[in-house]
Design a binder for this molecule. Structure first.
Ligand SMILES: [Zn+2]
Length: 207
């Protein structure tokens, strides 16, 4: 199953040069958080970012953005970027295109109308073709795997630091499932990037 996903992912990467996977030749690291906002975890993330003078991008699920509008406002007030992660965290591979697009469109009123990250990284070439007219589709080059409850965080921090290069786009999750792992990984990762002299910036909107 894992192997199948990896293979599909590699094929998708070839088919999808219009998606962002990283931004090579750039000296910046782009930290991203998926699946929020969350009323407790997102404010904790904001504090961590502030301590490290880091900006980031939050790919929000529309229904969470509606529920926690004040958290969305804090993210905006602190000049981070907001991205669209669909309204109900839909899988691109198992939903009809029209339903998928409508769900993303519905989320755009509460999140972003220019930056989109497909939930689970699942997106069909036809969906990329349609969505890229309006959105910059953002994938990633480093996966923290903070959503794994049994993650060995000591090993994971070493791996994600080793994989981080100038221009990397890294994914974390401001979600309950990831909370314990995130709280171990994020402060260390931010320290690492700061010590390396990387700038941590929010992704720009699609121009
Ligand atoms: Zn997600």
């Amino acid at each position: 199953m894992k192997r199948t996903f990896g293979t599909i992912f590699r094929i998708l990467k070839k088919l999808a040069p219009s998606c962002i996977w990283n931004k090579p030749n750039d000296t910046t690291i782009y930290i991203t958080f998926d699946d929020g906002p969350h009323p407790r975890i997102t404010p904790w993330v904001l504090d961590q970012l502030k301590k490290h003078s880091a900006k980031a991008t939050f790919f929000m699920v529309g229904e969470n953005a509606v529920k926690y509008a004040s958290v969305v406002q804090s993210v905006k007030d602190q000049e981070h970027q907001i991205g669209n992660h669909s309204f109900n965290h839909l899988k691109g591979w198992s939903n009809r295109n029209t339903k998928y697009y409508q769900n993303i469109e519905k989320a755009s009123a509460f999140t972003s109308a220019t930056l989109f990250r497909p939930p689970y990284g699942q997106i069909r070439p036809s969906q990329i073709h349609f969505l890229k007219k309006q959105y910059q589709i953002v994938m990633w080059s480093v996966l923290s795997k903070d959503y794994l409850k049994n993650l060995d965080c000591k090993r994971a921090i070493k791996r994600i630091c080793r994989q981080t290069k100038p221009g990397s786009v890294i994914v974390f999750h401001d979600s309950e499932k990831a909370e314990n792992q995130l709280k171990q990984l994020l402060p260390e990762y931010l320290d690492y990037c700061k010590n390396k002299g990387y700038e941590m910036k929010a992704l720009p909107e699609k121009g």
